[in-house]
Write a protein that binds this ligand. Sequence first.
Ligand SMILES: Nc1ncnc2c1ncn2[C@@H]1O[C@H](COP(=O)(O)OP(=O)(O)OP(=O)(O)O)[C@@H](O)[C@H]1O
Length: 719
Amino acid sequence: MTSYEDQPTVQLRALGADPAGGPGRHRRAGRPRPYGRHQPRAAPRLPEEYPAEDAVANGEPGEPGGAPGEPGEPGGGLGEPGGAGAVPRLPARQAFRRFWPLTRGDRRRLVLICACVIAAALAETAAILLFSDLTDNALRQGSLGAFWVPAAQWLAVAVLGAAVGYTGNSLAVWTAERFVLRLRARVFAHVQDLPPHFFQRHRQGDLVERLTGDVESIEQLVVSGVVSTVSALFSTVFFSVAAFRLRWDLALVTFVLAPLFWLAARRFSGRIGSVARDERVADGAITSVVEESLGNVVLTQAYNRKDAEERRLGREARAWMRASVAGARMSELYEQLVEVIETLCVLAVIGLGAWEISQDRMTIGQLLAFAAFLGYLYPPIRNLGQLGLTLTAATAGAERLLEILDAEPAVSDPPPGAAVAPWRVHGTVEFDRVGFRYPGGDRRTLAGVSFTARPGEFVLIAGASGAGKSTVSKLLTRFYDPGEGFVRLDGVPLYAMPLGFLRTNVTLLPQQTLILHDTIRENIACGRPGAAEHEIVRAARDAAAHDFITALPEGYDTRIDPHTARLSGGQLQRIAIARAMLRDAPVLVLDEPTTGLDALAARRVVRPLRRLMSGRTTLMITHDLTLAPDADRILVLDHGRVVEAGTHRELLALEGAYARLHGSGVGALRGTGNGTQEDRSWEDRSLEGRSLEGRSLEGRLGGSPAGTGPQPTLRLGPI
Ligand SMILES: Nc1ncnc2c1ncn2[C@@H]1O[C@H](COP(=O)(O)OP(=O)(O)OP(=O)(O)O)[C@@H](O)[C@H]1O
């Protein structure tokens, strides 16, 4: 039997698609999985191929959700990663329509690529006819003179084919990569606007996989899909015309059997879709486990969790292997079925040819020439059948990506023209009967919260864990909009001003020190891009960071990252303070600025913090009440409500919630709770509280320093 694999077909192979689910990690490593020896090409599927279309239309992820604040809306709607069943099924047509606009700017190039593809198919058809002419005339005549003209023509056609093939391929790869680049940038930009709870609810590794592997698989759906369809269609038409010109009766037999390829592909389409989906999910899961394990390596080692982590990875790896093997088997099964169909077709043609020869209507040479020609004809026909498979598999990646793209940001800029014009912010912060419920949350996190912080005031927000303190900071920096009431800056509701303007004027210093994977200089400079060197150094000096930075061998050029071992937690925090200094915003939100630091480090941070706070409206969220006497006002939150407000003295005198909080913390340590030590410096109090905190732990653990017997247990509030 003719080996069609060896036949030259003009395809833009560089765009070769893997219908088993796109370029997952394993595929990028080079394991080919063609569902046919000739690279399948994507084509739009017929409507009847989508029995689930109605079901999909009902829950189509393309529809924007409701208003922010409602369960599942902003950033919601994304199925729980790790379960293929959670991913909504999307018709390929819709997926194509969603991503096609991204080809804008490259459409002329796409037309040129298609023209190259068509020209290449024409050149190949011409080559086939010239070959037939050569065998029929020159060889039969046995004259070398009859050889030269068709040979020269054949060579010219081959050169032309090579030229358009090269041009088309180069352009196609370039266009495809540009598409991937654009798509990735678009998804990445969208992801960055998503609210915090989106990232809390989704495994980072799975999101990484969506931004890499899944993004690439969309390319097969769109750019390669269009080029492949054009290629397969035109090749089929040209080769068919040539086949009918050679022997119409044999060509007819060939075409009568051709739908078998399409039937086989259709039969496999559903299963390949689900296998591809499983593979994409398995890719995401394994990336997540590896990423989480590496991030938690200290926990793993400290708690002897090595075996447990290995088992976890093993579980995901086995699931991945199962999905991968299922995909490979499906591929192989389809491949072999197509082989059998091809054999059947060739046998039918040879059978008819044998009958024609027996009737003296055909020579053996003609029959062999036609059989050889089938090697050209079947690949594009077969590819047309396989396009659906490629598309189904690529759609699995599209579904996962659209889940991200359809997750809505919790907040957005006011419409153009509706935004309040920027002004010089004084720093009055106002919460006016604010109520808030997290998307998907079952109860209100804040209810009727009202307070005003005037320019330059220091307002401390205290309360038990889970009372809603950090939520106040998220509303003020507009990660979310309140469900009820208003948050205002200088009397203007936050939603009425551009987000960029708000965040330029309200600096957040979160609980977790945010460090970029870059030099110390860049880490400080990102507070105000374009800042001059002397401004960066001044900020570092004010943050008490300049000395330890210059003591490093590479000084400000030292590269750091969030897990850097070169700097301590307190030093990283001081770099973050320097960044905030440089930003020079009139409003400052400090969320547990000394959490995680030991007493000495906290003490070193306190002084620069005071410099940072000076002259700015400051909202400090903290458990550490050693700072409370310095506050102009203290708000005590309990179950999302402000239950007490006043100065340190006033609240202690009330002997209510604040006094209890204070009594369970530093007050108890001082044994007074009446603020008699308020004249002592903040730094000293901080140091004392934290030193005692250490002692309290000793006490709890039953340690008895210097063998003095059991110590009383000291309670320090949340540790
Ligand atoms: N993304 C979220 N989705 C649903 N609920 C959330 C989300 N984030 C926080 N919550 C809930 O809102 C409540 C208040 O959380 P918040 O972080 O504001 O408390 P907190 O007072 O700052 O606590 P802590 O002092 O422990 O940091 C908690 O019950 C918490 O479980």
